[in-house]
Design a protein around this ligand. Structure first.
Ligand code: PEP
Ligand code: MG
Length: 913
């Protein structure tokens, strides 16, 4: 508040004390009423009492600060003057509303009183002035009812089920033999007013206040008091609004939309906020009050379809006002208006909420219309980077989803891990999904598992969507499906998946294999049955190539936006891709390289060879088995290098523990496996079982994995390095540039990276000597354990680049298993123990600190050290923004998140300019 002794901010007649800048004091509604008045939009006169007074009121047992009364009285006089009406007048009475309005809108959470100023005299005057007695008495009974409830607390007692005013109203309608409130005559309503007043007297022991000024003070107190009502508290907690803000109170002259057929009331948007099309649109009702639009008693008409014919001049006024507001705010506006005798009055305006589709279209259109600059178009508040998702994923048809909800088909909710919408038939095993897909590729399938593992990959590829009962945002199912661009929900803990019975159940609802199910990867909601989807046009152009760019306006707008994005961002964006087709998708989305190729996915396709390697009795047999894998690896790398055309390709050495390829679980699920392996390798079944048992680990994530594998089995590292270098040599010979970056996982000690780097260099030298070619390559490391971040200066002596593996770094920094945190993270979130899921968005205070230490340490040794991130956080906007601030060179994320990361990077570059 500019002046601590100014408690009242007047607006009206083209003059306003406040402005849109004063939102913190005047609340969104008050600040914009002042602003609209200033720019010549017609607003009924009034004044705003700022939030500071609400806080004073709360802190002082409902007392008002000294000086407020005089200022309110003076402001009321000005309102009377501007509106040409007087409070309590016997000829032309002024009525006012008293409405709350906080800094951020809290729809319906606080109180409002309308029609203040009515009493037994002014009601007569209003009847005469308006020429409509029914309207006047209806306004009076509404006022007593609202004031009685909000201010005087006359509402249903504990033993009553119905509001006592409503009961009297219903009785009156019954005795008058009518169905709707609007059918009651002026006489009926006059009787009802007496009955209402008697009710107030009976419940409160007081007469209903007749003096307008007393009514106003009581309403102001009630509005301020409603900041502290229970539902407002709950809402603020949910939306992170501080309790200390307080609400402003707006006292404003009433205008009437229910005086006749040249009157109306409505709500509108200056552009469509679902898909973003230009043009004023919204709902209106002729001869009605604002609350009738909301209450749904009469079905409103659409402004864009019929208002132009019904009220052409009003339509024109609205269009002009819409343009004025958009030009002024440089944003789409969401307005409330009343038409009184052909004249449009604005009661509210605010920036409109919109979908991702609308956000992109509106931002691009506003630039093309010359209203804003490309820099403004990219602002976070206009297009939250995550909302770009909606442009890329198939979405549930909003009407179909609403129908599913009303039909009670919402089954459960999990963690929304892969955005999109998918419906299909339940499949409980990957093999079954693959089999069914091969029989009928058109039949959509949803793979429902307790959790997934690397060997479910083919089945995941065959399925439309993936749903798991366990696991979190960086579980296998989550990260693989994001990489594939599949819809995915994980950690739906209520789901009981019974593989034996072939059922999926939640409580008493039991679904069988083959039953239809639908998953919304944006919200984590699971529905029974099918819900229709609509495909993404952008994907049709970029990936499926079924639509030509010139035929898609949506694509053209997307492309224009992304051009601006690339103009402003400084952070690089790469992708996590294991296979050439994923890399192709990522390039179409604008990836500038591969930041992580997880090589184990290639091993899963060749389980026979890797199992042979695991079971080998001696180094020679092991080497022979490993070398059988080499051609497959080399092929995949060749494909990646070709696709990437000289862009950097970071290939990570084998990371997962060997038991992911052979474990007790495999032997149980495939009863013949032990014998088959024994026969194949010429060893005993007992030896197979014993070796399998040996591989078992209690804490596999902290076990024999990462570089610890390549150190104990150096032949694995050597084989992978050879495959990489031979592929690079071959592709370079085709005239394509190659930039391999070999990445060592889970390093904590410098000796570990030294050990692995020596093997890679030695192997590379041998390949180069043999082929007579050299390749420019780098050896770097992932920073995935706190020790690596703490000793990054030493590690950078060997490592030529760093990539933060924030999935493991979060797990090891927080001591929170990425596979098991699903059991408590929901509770943690709901009870404000953590502000968000640390596996989705970087925990800045802990993991973020380690990243900063890692960057500083690494660059203290190597000032030009290239640093990236390749954990799942690389596609999370808040984390991308942090990476920009932390000085990383690039982020790497799954292909479908590349555009989101690009936008977030541009937003942060612009914000920190
Ligand atoms: C990581 O830990 O962040 C990472 C990218 O590796 P992975 O998820 O494969 O363990
Ligand atoms: Mg890792």
């Amino acid at each position: 508040m500019a002046d601590p002794t100014q408690f009242v901010y007047f607006f009206g007649g083209g003059q306003a004390d406040g402005s849109t800048e004063m939102k913190n004091s005047l609340g969104g509604k008050g600040a914009n009423l002042a602003e609209m008045t200033r720019i010549g939009v017609q607003v009924p006169a009034g004044f705003t009492i700022p939030t500071e007074v609400c806080n004073y009121f709360s802190d002082n047992d409902g007392a008002f600060p000294e000086g407020l009364k005089e200022q309110v009285v003076a402001a009321l006089e000005r309102v009377e003057e501007v509106m040409g009406a007087r409070l309590g007048s016997n000829t032309n009475p002024l009525l006012v509303s008293c409405r709350s309005g906080a800094r951020e809108s809290m729809p319906g959470m606080m109180d409002t009183v309308l029609n203040i100023g009515l009493n037994d005299h002014s009601v007569q005057a209003l009847a005469e002035y308006s020429g409509n007695a029914q309207f006047a008495w209806d306004s009076y009974r509404r006022f007593i009812q609202m004031f009685g409830d909000v201010v005087l607390g006359v509402r249903a007692d504990d033993d009553e089920h119905e509001n006592p005013f409503e009961r009297l109203l219903e009785a009156k309608k019954a005795s008058a033999g009518v169905k709707y409130d609007s059918e009651l005559s002026a006489e009926d309503l006059q009787e009802l007013v007496s009955e209402f007043k008697a009710l107030v007297k009976q419940r409160t022991g007081q007469d209903f206040p007749e003096e307008p000024i007393d009514q106003i003070w009581a309403a102001i107190g009630a509005v301020f008091g409603s900041w502290n009502n229970d539902r407002a508290f709950v809402y603020r907690r949910d939306y992170g609004i501080p309790h200390s803000w307080g609400t402003a109170c707006n006292v404003q002259a009433m205008v009437y939309g229910n005086l006749g057929d040249d009157c109306a009331t409505g709500v509108g948007l200056t552009r469509d906020c679902s898909m973003g099309a230009p043009g004023f649109n919204g709902d209106y009702l002729i001869n009605a009050q604002g609350e009738d639009v909301v209450a749904g008693i009469r079905t409103p008409k659409r402004i864009e379809t019929s208002l132009k014919d019904e009220m052409p001049e009003v339509y024109e006024q609205l269009e002009t006002i819409g343009k004025t507001l958009e030009n002024h705010y440089q944003e789409v506006q969401d307005i409330e208006f009343t038409v009184q005798k052909g004249r449009v009055w604005l009661l509210q305006t605010r920036n409109a909420k919109r979908t991702g589709f609308a956000a992109v279209r509106i931002a691009v259109d506003l630039v093309n219309e010359g209203l804003i600059t490309p820099e403004q178009a990219l602002e976070k508040r206009r297009i939250p980077a995550d909302d770009l998702n909606q442009l890329l994923q198939p979405v549930f048809d909003p009407q179909e989803k609403a129908l599913a909800e009303t039909e009670g088909r919402l089954l459960t909710k999990g963690i929304n891990a892969g955005p999109g919408a998918a419906s299909g038939h339940i499949c409980l095993t990957a093999a079954e999904a693959e089999r069914l897909h091969n029989i009928d590729p058109e039949k959509p399938l949803i793979l429902v598992r307790r959790e997934t593992s690397p060997e479910d990959l083919r089945g995941m590829r065959a399925a439309e969507g993936i749903l798991t009962a366990f696991g979190g945002a960086s579980s296998h199912a989550a990260l693989v499906s994001r990489q594939m661009g599949k819809t995915c929900i994980v950690g739906a803990n209520e789901l009981n998946v019974d593989y034996i019975a072939g059922t999926v159940s939640v409580g008493d609802i039991v679904l069988k294999t083959g039953d239809p199910i639908s998953i919304d990867g944006f919200t984590g909601e699971v529905f029974t049955g099918m819900v229709d989807t609509t495909p993404s046009e952008i994907v049709n152009v970029l990936i499926k190539k079924t639509v030509a760019p010139e035929d898609s306006e949506a694509y053209q707008r997307y492309a224009q936006l992304m051009e601006w994005v690339d103009q402003f961002r400084t952070l690089g964006v790469r992708t996590n891709a294991d296979l050439p087709d994923q890399a192709v998708d990522a390039l179409a989305f604008g990836a500038e390289g591969i930041g992580l190729c997880r090589t184990e996915h290639m091993f899963v396709e060749h389980l026979e060879e890797i199992r042979e390697m695991i079971l080998a009795r001696d180094p020679d047999t092991r080497l022979a088995a490993i070398n059988r894998l080499l051609p497959f690896q080399q092929d995949e790398f060749t494909g990646l290098f070709r696709v990437m055309q000289g862009r950097p390709v970071t290939i990570r050495l084998l990371d997962p523990p060997l038991h992911e390829f052979l474990s007790e679980r495999h032997l149980q699920e495939q009863p013949d496996l032990a014998e088959e392996l024994a026969a194949q390798l010429g060893i005993s079944v007992e030896a197979v079982r014993a070796r399998t048992a040996e591989l078992h680990e209690e804490n596999p994530m902290l076990g024999h994995r990462g570089c610890r594998l390549g150190i104990v089995y150096p032949e694995i590292t050597a084989m992978q390095a050879r495959a990489i270098m031979q592929a690079a040599v071959a592709v370079q010979a085709e005239g394509i540039e190659v930039h391999p970056e070999v990445m060592v996982p889970l390093v904590g000690f410098q000796t570990e990276i030294d050990n692995q780097a020596a093997i890679v260099r030695e192997t590379a030298d041998a390949v180069f000597a043999k082929t007579g070619t050299t390749i420019e390559y780098q050896i770097g490391t992932m920073i995935e354990v706190p020790r690596a971040a703490l000793r990054s200066d030493e590690i950078a002596e060997t490592a030529e680049f760093f990539s933060f593996g924030t999935n493991d770094l979060t797990q090891t920094c927080l001591g929170m298993s990425r596979d098991d945190y699903g059991g408590f993270i929901g509770y943690y979130r709901e009870n404000d123990i953590v502000p968000f899921d640390p596996f989705q968005s970087i925990d800045l205070g802990g993991v973020g600190r380690l990243i900063e230490l890692g960057v500083a340490g690494g660059r203290s040794t190597r000032s030009d050290l290239k640093i990236g991130i390749c954990g799942e956080h690389g596609g999370d906007p808040a984390s991308v923004m942090f990476c920009h601030r932390a000085g990383l060179n690039y982020v790497s994320c799954s292909p479908y998140r590349v555009p989101i990361a690009r936008l977030a990077a541009a937003q942060e570059a612009l914000a920190s300019e």
